[in-house]
Design a protein around this ligand. Structure first.
Ligand SMILES: *Cc1c(COP(=O)(O)O)cnc(C)c1O
Length: 224
């Protein structure tokens, strides 16, 4: 068994039924994605449009590609034809552009709203109140080519497990609130994307349905 296959199996063994693994393959060569694919992995997460485009051309057609990073509105058009899920929608403007490009492709694109709960200043995303306001404004209901599937967040990059847990719990509570208020009749609003290599076990405990794990599967990234 290859190292990647072994790592993958180990992560999967920690995930209860109902939690899906996004294998975060950014900065890793396509040979490594192929190894994970051969071991059965089908969902891959990337965060650079150009790199993603190259890999899409080289990987089998049944891969489910998730865009997990900050997405510039002017790049949506490149990935709209095939992307399975866009995790980090952080402005209404981006949501509108995804809708527009999805319409041009005759698609409905699944998206998650990115929350900013972590203490780091540099992170993108809606504060819980901004997220409430976005949904209260109602414009998203007219965007027929995007389907809001749930919430995404990154916890603070700290050692303090209780801080990570409390940030994830804030996201989980907000998910429940929004579910009740806006999506009670929509089973498709069901996804909670949080948890990375260092904190995905806590994510699972706080109700994540998608964990985004890179380093634990593929090793350290080399930023060329
Ligand atoms: C890179 C990245 C991950 C994976 O991080 P690891 O620590 O390598 O598991 C998860 N989510 C997002 C948004 C990322 O950019």
């Amino acid at each position: 068994m290859s190292a990647i296959e072994q790592n993958l199996k180990q992560v999967l063994a920690n995930l209860p039924a109902g939690v899906r693994l996004v294998a975060v393959s950014k900065f890793h060569p396509v040979e490594m994605l192929r190894e994970a694919y051969d071991a059965g992995q089908r969902i891959f997460g990337e965060n650079h449009v150009q790199e993603l485009q190259q890999k899409v051309g080289l990987m089998p057609k049944d891969v489910e590609w998730h865009f997990i990073g900050h997405l510039q509105t002017n790049k949506v058009k490149y990935i709209a034809p095939y992307i399975s899920m866009i995790h980090a929608v952080d402005t209404l403007k981006l949501l509108r552009e995804i809708d527009r490009q999805a319409a041009r492709c005759g698609r409905v694109i699944d998206v998650l709203l990115e929350l900013h709960i972590a203490e780091e200043e540099t992170k993108y995303g809606f504060s819980p109140d901004a997220c409430r306001e976005l949904l209260a404004s109602g414009e998203w209901r007219e965007l027929k080519h995007v389907r809001i599937r749930g919430l995404m967040m990154m916890a603070s990059f700290v050692d303090d497990q209780e801080q990570i847990r409390s940030e994830m719990q804030i996201a989980a509570n907000l998910f429940n609130e929004l579910k009740q208020q806006y999506f009670a009749d929509e089973p498709s609003f069901s996804e909670r994307s949080w948890g990375m290599s260092h904190d995905y076990p806590i994510a699972v405990e706080t109700g994540a349905t998608l964990v985004r794990v890179g380093t634990t599967i593929f090793g350290e990234r080399e930023y060329a």
